[in-house]
Design a protein around this ligand. Structure first.
Ligand SMILES: [Zn+2]
Ligand SMILES: [Zn+2]
Length: 264
C-alpha cells in the first residue's frame, strides 16, 4: 500500500531528524498503516513538495519505545501531546529535491488537493511520484552483495546500519558537496575516465567503528562519509582475517602494488 502524508516543519524538524538518523518515529494518527507500506512525505508551506520516500518498518510503537527525538520538536506543545499517541517507524528510502514534485505538478498529475491527513494516491499519481525518485546511483551493486561473511549478527546489524547512510541521497549529497566526486582511495574520477556518462557517479562509504554503532549515534557528514569508487568500496567491505580494512590500509596496499608494478 502507498500513502501520501504531510509534514509541517514548523511543528517537527523532519529534515534534520531524517538526516541524522535515517528514520523518524512518526505519530500514526488515524491512518491504517501496515508494516512495509510505502509512504511519501509531502512538506507543507513554504516548501510545498514531496521530498521523502519511506518504508514503514514498525507500527503501533508506544512512546516509551521510540527514539528520543525531543530536540526535533519545534512545537513543544505538540511534543507533549504526542506522548499519548502511537508511532510508526518510517525508514528513509530516498530523498529528492525536484520541482516536478511541487504541489502544482502533483495537482496536474492526479492529486486532488494539498495533502493534510493521509491520502492514498491513485495508480497514475504513484507512477508519476515514483518516476521522480530512483536515483541511478542507488541501483548498482553495493558491497553487501560482495561481502562473503554477513552471517554473524553483529555483521548484519552493522551492514544495515552502514547501508542506511550509504544509500541515502541526503548523505550522498552532503558527502559529495564536501569531498567532491573523486575516489578518496585511488583518486579515480568517473567524469575524467568516462566523460559525461560518468559525471556525478560515485559510491559513498560510511566510516564508523563498530563499537560506536548504537541507537543514539549521530552522523558527522564531514568525517564519517567519504566518496569511493565501487572497486575500492568493495575492497573496503571485504574482510581480511574477519576484519574490514581501514582507509589508510587500503591506500597503502594500492601504493605498494603500484610501486611494484613500475619496478616490474
Ligand atoms: Zn577507488
Ligand atoms: Zn561502504
Amino acid at each position: 500500500m502507498n500513502w501520501l502524508i504531510s509534514a509541517n516543519a514548523t511543528i517537527y524538524d523532519h529534515a534534520s531528524s531524517f538526516e541524522h538518523f535515517g528514520f523518524v518515529d512518526w505519530r500514526q494518527g488515524n491512518g491504517k498503516f501496515k508494516e512495509n507500506d510505502i509512504i511519501y512525505i509531502y512538506s507543507t508551506r513554504p516548501l510545498k513538495k514531496i521530498q521523502y520516500k519511506c518504508k514503514v518498518e514498525k507500527i503501533d510503537l508506544p512512546f516509551r519505545d521510540i527514539r528520543n527525538d525531543q530536540e526535533y520538536w519545534v512545537d513543544k506543545n505538540e511534543f507533549q501531546k504526542s506522548l499519548e499517541g502511537k508511532f510508526m517507524r518510517l525508514v528513509l528510502i530516498e530523498q529528492v529535491d525536484n520541482s516536478k514534485m511541487s504541489l502544482e505538478n502533483l495537482l496536474l498529475n492526479g492529486l486532488k488537493a494539498a495533502p493534510q491527513g493521509p491520502v492514498k494516491p491513485n495508480e497514475n499519481l504513484i507512477k508519476y511520484i515514483e518516476s521522480n525518485f530512483n536515483d541511478l546511483n542507488q541501483n548498482d551493486i553495493y558491497p553487501e552483495m560482495v561481502n562473503e561473511d554477513s552471517h554473524a549478527y553483529e555483521g548484519i546489524k552493522k551492514q544495515v546500519f552502514v547501508n542506511k547512510y550509504e544509500r541515502s541521497s541526503i548523505a550522498r549529497n552532503k558527502c559529495i558537496e564536501f569531498h567532491g566526486t573523486a575516489c578518496k582511495i585511488c583518486n579515480l574520477d568517473f567524469s575524467k575516465l568516462y566523460g559525461d556518462i560518468g559525471k556525478g557517479f560515485i559510491h559513498v562509504h560510511h566510516i564508523i567503528p563498530i563499537h560506536k554503532i548504537g541507537k543514539q549515534y549521530k552522523i558527522n557528514y564531514k568525517e564519517d562519509l567519504i566518496p569511493v569508487c565501487p572497486n575500492c568500496h568493495a575492497m573496503l567491505h571485504r574482510k581480511v582475517d574477519g576484519k574490514e580494512l581501514e582507509i589508510e590500509e587500503l591506500k597503502f596496499i594500492i601504493e605498494c602494488n603500484s610501486i611494484q608494478a613500475v619496478e616490474n
